[in-house]
Design a protein around this ligand. Structure first.
Ligand SMILES: [Ca+2]
Ligand SMILES: [Ca+2]
Ligand SMILES: [Ca+2]
Length: 344
């Protein structure tokens, strides 16, 4: 299931350690304004949650390891905008821990294109005829779901992989999936705000701080709203990771006014990142997400003006764009929602 298994054992090991630590953690005390940094671990002082700090660019880049646009000629011929490969790399903490960035992409079926003007035909009006139902629960209900992610998504339902984004970074695309599943139905989405300067959360020649966000709508009326939960696992670029608060859920919105750190202008290779191990079972229905914050709804215009979404808004019903409190610095965001039944 894991295509990019560069350090899966390590990641799973971290996840196990994290789960164990989480189980034993006392209730979180009140938020604190100042934190201490020791070695490569930021002690955020609220139940002992520790992030892993890395500095600078990823090494060991794997071009093509993640799904991506590979043909600029196709893109230009179709009048599109920029295209970029979706590189994955490894960053290493001072303590020797290695982490895949921008995220632990998994192998699995690609979602069908609604709009894809690089590895697809652009507008794909025949998408419904191309769907294959992913059977999760034989006696479940058949549901069609539409997803747009800035920039990459993986969708799990009731713990099973349903589909993933065929383009990791750009150009922007939109997708549709179909599955059969029973209620209560747990939707779990991994969202990645991809980057071209891998490891520091920056993109393009201008070293922009990119932003994330995703939206999903399902044919039973369920979709992305503020009753989902969302948590960040990769925060960058940062001048000082101690700006990230974690009481009541991680919050990077106090960092550089959630906009642009000094390092992005002075020396991007000095920018830091804060990572939190991804629990191996984060997508499972029984996973305890009670410590994750409520997802934040972002206005569509704040997330994207891309045709892949704006040309298909009717497919997304009343769903809303979600992310965390910080749409710019939070780059790997896991989100969950369990539906008890159809939402009408
Ligand atoms: Ca994409
Ligand atoms: Ca970002
Ligand atoms: Ca982005």
């Amino acid at each position: 299931m894991r295509a990019v298994c560069l350090s899966c054992g390590l990641i799973l090991g971290l996840a196990a350690a994290w789960s164990a630590g989480c189980t034993a953690a006392p209730p979180p005390p009140a938020a604190v304004d100042t934190v201490d940094t020791v070695g490569d671990v930021a002690d955020v002082g609220d139940a002992g949650e520790a992030g892993i700090i890395t500095t600078g660019f990823a090494s060991d880049l794997r071009p093509g390891a993640a799904p991506g646009c590979t043909s600029g000629l196709v893109q230009v011929a179709q009048g599109g905008n920029n295209f970029n490969a979706s590189d994955i790399g490894l960053v290493t903490s001072a303590g020797g821990q290695q982490i895949l960035v921008p995220g632990p992409v998994h192998d699995g079926p690609f979602a069908v294109d609604v709009f894809n003007n690089c590895t697809g035909p652009g507008d794909n009006p025949d998408y419904l005829s191309q769907l294959e139902t992913v059977v999760i629960d034989e006696d479940g209900v058949e549901i069609t779901g539409f997803i747009f992610g800035d920039n990459y998504f993986e969708l799990y339902v009731n713990g099973q992989f349903v589909g993933r984004d065929p383009i990791g970074m750009t150009p922007f695309n939109s997708n549709v999936v179909r599955f059969r599943a029973s209620y209560p139905m747990t939707f779990a989405v991994m969202g990645v705000d991809w980057e071209t300067h891998v490891g520091v959360g920056l993109e393009y020649d201008a070293f922009n701080v990119g932003d994330g966000g995703f939206i999903a709508y399902f044919s039973d009326g369920n979709g992305t709203h503020d009753d989902w939960r969302a948590e960040t696992f990769y925060i960058s670029p940062l001048d000082d990771p101690s700006c990230v608060r974690t009481a009541g859920g991680r919050d990077s919105s106090f960092c550089s006014q959630a906009t642009r750190p000094v390092c992005a202008d002075t020396d991007p290779s000095s920018c830091q990142a804060l990572h939190f191990p991804v629990p191996a079972d984060w997508m499972a229905p029984e996973f305890d997400d009670s410590r994750w914050p409520q997802a934040i709804v972002w206005p569509p215009e704040r997330v994207t003006g891309q045709r892949a979404y704006t040309g298909y808004t009717e497919l997304f019903g009343d769903a809303e764009f979600l992310w965390t409190r910080n749409i710019r610095l939070d780059n790997l965001v896991l989100s969950r929602y369990t539906a008890e039944g159809p939402r009408r």
